[in-house]
Write a protein that binds this ligand. Structure first.
Ligand code: 13P
Length: 260
């Protein structure tokens, strides 16, 4: 099995104006010999708001840093006011976050809709980061595995998955709360997810699938998450808005922060 290249992904959500986005990009690129793309052994992905995708892409042109949409519609075109199609997104980005819990919670995205979005993203050559995760109530009711099973099975049903597909485990109670999951909780969930991918798509896809942890990832816990057997990186919200924090997380995810 080829080693899984870990991913350090920054989800900027609905933050940063153009000037602040430019400043963050400059800070991540400088100083040149210590820039984010110089960190070896990690795929960096940035997910700005739609209006800033092109400027972020231009800042990082030629560096290998990927740019992602935070959402997209499943249809190629049509009368869907306010939406962005996969074809439109694929012109400016190479990745897309799908099924983030904020989309599920505030914009009524369900597993069936996500199945269509994953299908469409892959058809347009976009690399999806499919987000799954349980609420506080679901965890307390011991339903975490059942929820992950429903989310993964339905979102991936009938889809021919690439061998390096990406899924992010983001428990809702850990997002923006400052209360991250423990490494053991995250590993247990990631193992469940990898097992579900194995059932759905076979050993090659399951062994190549990158599973990220997201939810209050910070420089001081990122390394512990990334060291877990089934965790291959981080999907970072708040801490990705600060260049030093995101750099430190990226180094920790790459395993190259020792001695710093
Ligand atoms: P925080 O890192 O701010 O908890 O957000 C996580 C997240 O939702 C990333 O998609």
């Amino acid at each position: 099995m080829a080693p899984r290249i870990p991913i350090s992904a920054g989800n900027w959500k609905m933050n940063l104006d153009n000037e602040a986005a430019d400043d963050l990009c400059h800070a991540l690129l400088l100083p040149d010999d210590d820039a984010i793309h110089q960190v070896e052994g990690v795929q960096v992905v940035l997910a700005p708001g739609f209006l800033q995708i092109e400027r972020v892409r231009d800042h990082f042109a030629g560096t290998g840093v990927g740019v992602a949409g935070q959402n997209m519609h499943a249809r190629d075109s049509g009368a869907f006011t306010g939406e962005v199609s996969p074809a439109q997104l694929a012109e400016v980005a190479s990745w897309v976050i799908l099924g983030h819990s904020e989309r599920r919670q505030y914009f009524c995205e369900d597993d069936g809709a996500l199945n269509g979005k994953v299908t469409a993203a892959l058809a347009h050559g976009l690399r999806p980061i499919l987000c799954v995760g349980e609420t506080t109530q679901e965890r307390q009711a011991d339903r975490t595995t059942a929820v992950l099973t429903r989310q993964v099975r339905q979102a991936l049903d009938g889809i021919d998955l690439p061998h390096d597909f990406v899924i992010a485990y983001e428990p809702l109670w850990a997002i923006g709360s400052g209360q991250a999951a423990t490494a053991e909780q995250a590993q247990a969930a990631a193992a469940v997810i990898r097992g579900l991918v194995r059932d759905a798509a076979g050993n090659d896809v399951a062994d190549g699938c990158r599973i990220l942890y997201g939810g209050s990832v910070k420089p001081d816990n990122a390394g512990e998450f990334a060291a877990q057997t089934d965790i291959d990186g981080a999907l970072v919200g708040g801490a990705a808005l600060d260049d030093q924090n995101f750099l430190a997380i990226t180094r920790a995810v790459a395993g190259s922060d020792q001695g710093r």
